[in-house]
Design a protein around this ligand. Sequence first.
Ligand code: AMP
Ligand code: GLY
Length: 441
Amino acid sequence: MKILIIGSGGREHALALSLSLSNHVDEVFCCPGNPGIQQIAHCTPIEVIDFKKLANFAQENRIDLTIVGPDDPIAGGIVDYFEEKNLRIFGPRKDAAKLEWSKYFAKEFMLRRGIPTARYAAFDRREHAIAYAHSRKLPIVIKADGLARGKGVAVVNSYDAAVGAINACFEGKFGEAGKLVIVEDFIAGREASVFAICDGENYALLPTAQDYKRLMDGDKGPNTGGMGARSPNPYISPAILRRIEREIIQPTLYGMKEEGRSYKGFLYVGVMLTENDDPYVIEFNSRLGDPETQVVLPLLECDLFEVLWQATEGNLGYFKGQLASAELSGNGAAVCIVMASQGYPEKIANGMPIRFKVGFSLGPHSQLLDKTGDINTETAKVLLFQAGTKLDNNRNLITAGGRVLCVTALAANIEEARLAVYKAVDKIDFAGKQNRSDIAS
Ligand code: AMP
Ligand code: GLY
């Protein structure tokens, strides 16, 4: 089988690694990819939203299955485009992906279907949004309806800040995405990322994860795309996971099908677990999370390709004879640390050489090799997923983006993985690097 992965981040690197290790997969291609992915796949510089070129590429290279990483192409309808050309692709069609690209649609859907989520109201007039915000208890959450590169959500602790956030939306800070504004009650609790591989009707759960969204230790500083992750999520017991399935995932798949928007693809449920362990949906995404993918996929015991292939066939209900709600088990635990550029998530500095301490180097299968015996012990393995990296003219690795590297350690438990991953982070250096020191502690 020949696989095409669309995207260029750490998530896509982890997808490429898992798929390249499948017995069914002969070749992995990636558009546009990055230097890390290039070590395990053929990379071709086609932009993720250039559907025509991507489809031609898939046709010319006889790709058997295409898998999409980021939200933009999915929201733009890449799945519809490929399917019209009889190209097999795993992901939701545009009308199903609306769960992510319209927060208003997602909220209304949850209300209709009795899926637990924070109380809200939606507005297309600024004065009404402001008046409603003043009627709610602080803190409150202001959300732009559409995709806003992860920046469209403001959790505010004062009415002045709420007005500021509402104004920013209506004044065009997020373009079209901010023409409709959701004002939502704040739900306190612990966040979890839950991923399901869906075939339109049935699903298979991936190991659970926790993302660390804030830039700085102690969950301080601005929101980012994610500064680290761990899997499994220690707060999600099997009993809570069953509730998330029954109260969220099953009614979502059932409801979407009933409304003529069958959901096929990765479904990412951002869950808030309250003090009483009640799960609420904070957001739906129609893709995998980044950096969660970098901890979830390396743990999988099964062959990811087989599951995705069965999902495109609509066969998950019969996947390996397991139940419709098969849980794909993970082996041990993983912790990922994101190493970001100076200035991230605002204005960043690019082009810094990335250096490994003596005795450390990049190895096959995206492993960080260690001649000193310091990090690769018998009990831990360290993977280096690349995100914002580039090769300069001398073929040296340099920084080229906000989130540069995602260092993941796999071990028997979270604590061992945490110790190993931080030792590894210590072996990698570039000017201005920023990373949290409290992930998984
Ligand atoms: P989103 O872009 O929807 O993932 O939102 C970004 C972050 O805002 C989430 O990860 C949560 O930490 C926070 N958030 C969003 N909605 C709520 C809510 N209703 N209550 C508490 N926190 C929220
Ligand atoms: N890590 C959060 C996301 O991928 O949206």
